[in-house]
Design a protein around this ligand. Structure first.
Ligand code: SF4
Ligand code: SF4
Length: 322
């Protein structure tokens, strides 16, 4: 008999954790592209392919972050009712500076801006406003260096939770100043954050599928706030394209992955975009006793300065070109 896979059957969070029940008739949410991808619901992948018993074992250590993340999803959904609706569409440099300073005071490392491509909104999901402020927060380097360990596992869930709290606070901050906002937390987000973050110029995806950033390499957690502010400093370019070439001569994550889950040659998804990882293979190490995270731990960009790696790479490529 064919096994029923929950990750294939269920593609959405429960309705009360989405914006749908809180929309008003004056709202005009932006729908996903008809060929957009479905989200990966990690707990369902763990049920289907991972180690569910190990997940329960560590509930005592990470349960508060899991519950807090679900609370963050709920708040991001119901708080859209607090939008001014006829919100201001322009932001002056001083107010934008205050928003960014507030976000940084909460622990944000980097901020970028883009107009969200509907292809990156998950299939049959909707976001309330077309523009994204994308935020990264750092995962603690020492804890990730200990991976796989309980402390690296806790760090993964702490950052999921923290960035969810931050985007809800930033959304409230904007509303209090007369702007519309919809917080997109890391757990249960409505969009694929990596390509949206690439459009902001914050980084580029490495072979491990993670966003490689200048400040913290792949040791980041991503989330967003959607808004209809029209004059945000949207990125016009991405200066990190060279990292893709770097990955071709690195492949450390491919070699270190205990499940052979990272494709040595990135695959092309039916939608034309990239597929970096076989998540059905990753689910077991990821959900084992102390998690995995080796593709973050060993990536040079999480351990060595971005500029140093770039200089070394440029020197090497110019020598081989001569
Ligand atoms: S988390 Fe572990 S198993 Fe999953 S892709 Fe990264 S290294 Fe591979
Ligand atoms: S470990 Fe190497 S190949 Fe993998 S993402 Fe990092 S730089 Fe790229």
């Amino acid at each position: 008999m064919k096994r029923i896979l929950l990750s294939e059957k269920i593609k959405k969070a429960p309705w009360f954790l989405t914006i749908e029940p809180y929309l008003r008739k004056q709202d005009h949410p932006i729908a996903s592209h008809s060929e957009a991808r479905h989200p990966r619901i990690v707990p369902l992948l763990v049920i289907d392919y991972g180690n569910l018993a190990a997940r329960f074992k560590h509930m005592r250590d990470v349960g508060k972050y899991l519950l807090g993340s679900v609370r963050g999803m709920w708040k991001s959904a119901y708080s859209i009712r607090q939008n001014p609706y006829k919100g201001k569409k322009n932001i002056d440099p001083q107010t934008l500076f205050e928003v960014e300073s507030f976000a940084k005071s909460l622990g944000v490392a980097e901020i970028g801006y883009s107009i969200v491509n509907p292809r990156y909104i998950f299939r049959d999901f909707r976001i309330l406003f077309p523009n994204a402020m994308v935020f990264t927060i750092e995962m603690n380097r020492d804890k990730i260096r200990e991976a796989p360990s309980l402390s690296s596992y806790i760090e993964i869930w702490r950052t999921y939770y923290e960035v969810g709290v931050i985007v809800n606070k930033v959304a409230d901050f904007l509303r209090q100043r007369g702007y519309n906002a919809h917080a997109g937390p890391a757990v249960g987000g409505d969009v694929n954050y990596v390509p949206v973050a690439i459009d902001t110029g914050l980084g580029i995806s490495g072979k491990n599928g993670l966003l490689i950033t200048r400040q913290n390499g792949p040791r980041v957690r991503l989330a967003a706030v959607y808004t209809d502010i029209e004059n945000l400093p949207f990125s016009q370019e991405n200066q990190h394209q060279w990292v893709r070439e770097y990955c071709e001569s690195c492949n450390i994550c491919v070699q270190k992955c205990p499940a052979d889950a990272i494709f040595p040659v990135t695959k092309v998804h039916p939608d034309g975009g990239p597929t970096y990882i076989d998540h059905t293979k990753c689910a077991m190490p990821f959900s084992n006793d102390n998690g995995c995270t080796l593709c973050i731990k060993y990536c040079p960009f999480g351990n060595v300065s971005y500029d140093k790696l770039k200089t070394k790479f440029e020197t090497k490529t110019s020598i081989s070109a001569n």
